[in-house]
Design a protein around this ligand. Structure first.
Ligand SMILES: Cc1cc2nc3c(=O)[nH]c(=O)nc-3n(C[C@H](O)[C@H](O)[C@H](O)COP(=O)(O)OP(=O)(O)OC[C@H]3O[C@@H](n4cnc5c(N)ncnc54)[C@H](O)[C@@H]3O)c2cc1C
Length: 421
């Protein structure tokens, strides 16, 4: 087990992680205990920062290895193997974090404990919930686990990603691929359009008589002008995007025949990718931190639940104001939350964070675009700092787009090394 870093040095450790200073009076003699539920981009990051701050951390994670969603669209397009997406927890163990490979089943907020799938009970001083998303299968008639085995969502990476890849490989040239995209909010706002782009790349290079129809429950989407300009340049006539106002909202699924029903008609596909509406992972509702939207309202400085004191929610599960649900954002929120939790355990006020997010998307293997933003607490939410962000320029050269594609890969290598390496 790695020795806890003495307090004077902890500032230095954190300097690389967070964009604000940390007050450093010592914690009380007995080491405080924090349980983190969910070992994804948010939870694993929070666990590591908390451990470096001298806190005893147990990370509850259902899976032995984590399957990352960023770059999983490249797996679907055959540009990358699924093994490049999988990460273990040994580095966290070396940090002294106890990994409980269990599903957290229930939370006793006032009693400060979490009950796991094997019946054991973990006591904590503070709890961090980072369960990511669950799919709202109730929101799309005809779509359930059995339907997902035929018409994959691939919105949680792993078997579903590989299934969608295999279906595309097995599809004869000339087939129609359908995608159904939900209304906001959902995990990774530009993700469906990156997926459409990379599927189009696969079809253009391997099955050029095929086409892709994207049925969308909204009219506007992230980086829309950049995506649509790139589609016109790279994939003319291959992608048909049907917005909400054109009848794009899918209202029912007929899994047996691969049919998507919209308000305006019916579409049948040889391969059908259904991205359903989403909500916070189930443990959030069990803990009483999710509101009627299915997501978790939080204080934007401490990430403490507005519904349950002592429980913090980070990553996709949280309502983070203007911040999108991304791995980049989850990682940034986790650092700020860990610092806030340490401050609260010392009885001091958490510092107000400034958080950065950048979402890269690949439109082709050598064609990347991005959107960036800076966020800070304002009006009870995380608000975007005016003028601090922006998107890739329209009309940039192919060299610039190739450079952004390489930045995207570098970002993935860096974040996964930081979180799991
Ligand atoms: C196709 C696609 C592409 C994407 N591309 C990008 C990208 O390029 N850049 C980017 O920044 N983001 C991207 N994202 C978004 C990114 O994957 C998510 O925003 C990010 O994973 C959120 O992190 P999280 O920790 O909140 O949730 P997750 O990473 O999903 O982690 C949640 C973890 O909690 C565990 N868990 C849940 N409930 C329990 C429980 N009760 N007990 C124990 N464990 C539990 C799960 O097993 C899981 O490991 C993409 C998403 C998709 C779908």
């Amino acid at each position: 087990m790695r020795r806890a870093i003495p307090w004077p040095h902890r500032r230095a450790v954190l300097r690389g992680l967070v964009a604000f200073p940390l007050a450093a009076p010592a914690l009380a003699q007995a080491k405080p205990r924090v349980t983190v539920v969910g070992g994804g981009f948010a939870g694993a990051t929070a666990a590591r920062v908390l451990a470096r701050l001298g806190i005893t951390v147990t990370l509850v994670e259902a899976s032995e290895t984590f399957a990352a969603c960023p770059f999983s669209n490249a797996v679907i397009a055959g540009l990358r193997g699924m093994e490049a997406q999988r990460f273990g927890y040994d580095a966290l163990r070396r940090d002294g974090i106890v990994i409980a490979q269990q599903t957290a089943k229930s939370v006793n907020g006032p009693g400060r404990s979490v009950t796991l799938g094997d019946g054991s009970v973990l006591a904590h001083d503070r709890l961090v919930l980072a369960p990511g998303i669950d799919l709202r299968l109730d929101a799309l008639p005809g779509y359930d686990d059995a339907a997902a085995a035929k018409l994959p969502h691939a919105w949680k990476a792993g078997e579903q990603t590989v299934l969608l890849r295999r279906q595309l490989e097995a599809m004869p040239d000339g087939g129609t691929v359908l995608m159904s995209v939900p209304a906001n909010p959902y995990r990774c706002p530009p993700g469906p359009y990156e997926r459409a782009s990379l599927i189009a790349h696969y079809l253009k290079t391997k099955k050029p008589r095929s086409k892709l129809i994207v049925l969308d429950a909204k009219d506007a989407f992230s980086k829309q002008r950049l995506f649509q300009a790139a589609w016109a340049e790279l994939y003319p006539g291959l992608i048909e995007h049907v917005p909400l106002s054109g009848g794009g909202k899918v209202t029912a699924i007929e899994a047996e025949t691969g049919t998507l029903v919209t308000e305006f008609g019916r579409h049948q596909g040889a391969v059908v990718n259904v991205i359903p509406p989403q909500r916070a992972g189930a443990i959030a509702e069990a803990a009483g931190v999710a509101d009627r939207t299915g997501w978790c309202p939080i204080d934007p400085t401490s990430f403490e639940s507005r519904q349950q004191p002592g429980i913090h929610v980070i990553g996709d599960a949280a309502i983070a104001g203007a911040m999108p649900k991304s791995a980049f954002a989850a990682n940034a929120q986790a650092k700020a939350c860990a610092v806030a939790v340490a401050a609260l355990l010392r009885g001091t006020a958490p510092p107000a964070p400034k958080l950065i997010n950048t979402c890269y998307s690949l439109v082709a293997p050598d064609y990347g675009i991005s959107v960036a933003g800076v966020y800070r607490p304002a009006g009870g939410l995380l608000a975007e700092v005016d003028g601090a962000g922006g998107t890739s320029p329209a009309g940039a050269s192919r060299d610039t787009r190739a450079l952004e594609a390489s930045y995207a890969e570098d970002w993935f290598k860096t974040i996964t090394a930081e979180v799991f390496g």
